[in-house]
Design a protein. Structure first.
Length: 452
């Protein structure tokens, strides 16, 4: 590797961090995973990214790409390989205020984006947390508090600057490299390194945001009524239901309906929220007018020694009622994982299934489970968690990559239905035939060709 490292030092103007360097402990791991890479490269511009990619390709070492570093899977680090850390590429610029066109560096976080856009009265449909990277969230989806009105984060991307496996810089859009543009929107990190996104933002106001809680004993009717209402609710309303919170009583914890009404009109918000407030006995009602940027939560780092296992799947209309029966029953059972049910639909469903590599447009809900603790505790909980998902299996399909901590072939097949996966493999074969970008829910470039 010494020859390629010498070339890197000549061509790369960013930080080259190795084991033993003072800054190495702070950059070796990602937020939710530890790692011991041989090199961490922090490029300062797109030319440095090109040099870093060429080095990684020539070194023969495993490559990880890190934006915010919050991925549950730990894709932002590795052991013995190369990490390209994009945090210095974090500029946020309104390039066309009239058209609401925003250019965002591939290493920016959503907190930085919301803060930069607030003075313009603009926002982008994003996720839930400030520290999460724009790149990781957007490339796999982006389900957040504006999803029913403005779609996924990736639905608001109009172009991307991409460094491909051969170090070439391409612009991908509907008009330029359209196959690459299709694959980037949902294909995760499989296709290259996005050094900048161009988003179409929207005008925003403060939003009505908070939680309405009901007794755990009313989980079944509340959850069913909530899901039924969301089919006809205004698209300004996005909501998440949580059950069996281990920090608040587990099976005895209240069912919490978290709501975001995207608008500052108090009368309209009250009208939209009234059907939810009428679902049962309200224990708490903390919905207040909030700046959109303050809706996004801080994302704390996972304490050393703890693990977090997440699983997810989609639910279409015909399966909602049956799934809710199972969810309510699971939530009332001792040892239940923390459960969350997220609303989608709305703007997400108006886009054809094959328009992007995110393929589950018809889903009404996403079901999520979270299990955490020291490694022995998580290992002991896995059989019970597997049992929960066996009960869900008849009522769910697919998986959402951003809430999926495992990286098996079955997981990849769940994220990408066969036709989507085949098309991704074909695009991958043109832009990354050697599978340099394999540190992800990986779609190998030739897998479908071999099967044929």
């Amino acid at each position: 590797m010494s020859a390629t490292l010498g070339t890197l030092r000549r061509d790369f103007g960013g930080d080259i961090i190795r084991p033993g360097d003072a800054s190495y402990p702070s950059v070796s791991g990602s937020v939710l995973a530890s790692g011991a890479p041989a090199l961490v490269l922090r490029p300062r511009d797109v030319e440095d990214v090109r040099a870093a990619v060429r080095f990684a390709a020539g070194s023969g070492l495993a490559l990880s790409v890190r934006g915010g570093g919050h991925g549950f899977q730990g894709f932002g680090t590795n052991d013995g390989g190369v990490v390209i850390d994009l945090r210095r590429l974090a500029d946020v610029e309104v390039v066309d205020e009239r058209r609401h066109l925003v250019r965002v560096g591939g290493g920016a976080t959503w907190g930085e984006v919301t803060a930069a856009l607030a003075p313009y009265g603009l926002a982008i449909s994003a996720g839930d947390t400030k520290g999460v990277g724009v790149g990781g969230l957007t490339l796999a989806g982006g389900i957040g508090w504006k999803v029913r009105r403005y779609g996924l984060a990736l639905d608001n991307v109009v172009a991307a600057q991409v460094v491909t496996a051969d170090g070439e810089v391409l612009r991908a859009s509907e008009q330029e490299q359209p196959d690459l543009f299709w694959a980037l929107r949902g294909g995760g990190g499989n296709l290259g390194i996005v050094t900048a996104f161009e988003f179409s933002a929207h005008e925003t106001t403060d939003v009505f945001f908070g939680t309405i809680a009901f007794p755990a004993s009313q989980a079944r009717p509340v959850l069913q009524g909530w899901a039924d209402y969301l089919r006809s609710a205004p698209e300004e309303l996005t909501s998440v239901a949580t059950l069996a919170n281990p920090m608040n009583g587990g099976p005895e914890s209240p069912i919490e309906i978290h709501v975001a009404y995207d608008g500052d009109d108090a009368a309209r918000a009250a009208e939209a929220l009234a059907p939810i407030r009428g679902l049962g006995t309200v224990l708490e009602d903390h919905v207040v007018l909030t700046a959109y940027g303050d809706v996004l939560e801080e994302a704390p780092a996972l304490p050393p020694g703890l693990q977090l296992v997440t699983r997810s799947a989609f639910v279409t209309e015909e399966s909602v009622a049956d799934l809710i029966e199972v969810v309510a029953d699971v939530a009332a059972t001792p040892g239940s994982p923390f459960l969350a049910v997220r609303s989608v639909g709305g703007a997400v469903a108006r886009i054809p299934d094959d328009a992007t590599a995110y393929a589950y447009r018809r889903a009404e809900l996403v079901i999520l489970t979270f299990t955490g603790g020291p490694a022995p505790v998580v290992a002991a909980a896995r059989p019970g968690l597997d049992g929960v998902w066996k009960r869900f299996a008849a009522h769910v399909h697919g998986a959402y990559a951003n809430f999926l901590s495992d990286v098996t072939e079955d997981d990849v097949a769940a994220i990408y239905p066969t036709r989507t996966r085949q098309r991704l493999a074909e695009v991958k074969g043109r832009y990354d035939p050697a599978n340099l970008f394999a540190g992800n829910h990986n779609v190998r470039p030739a897998e479908f060709g071999r099967q044929a």
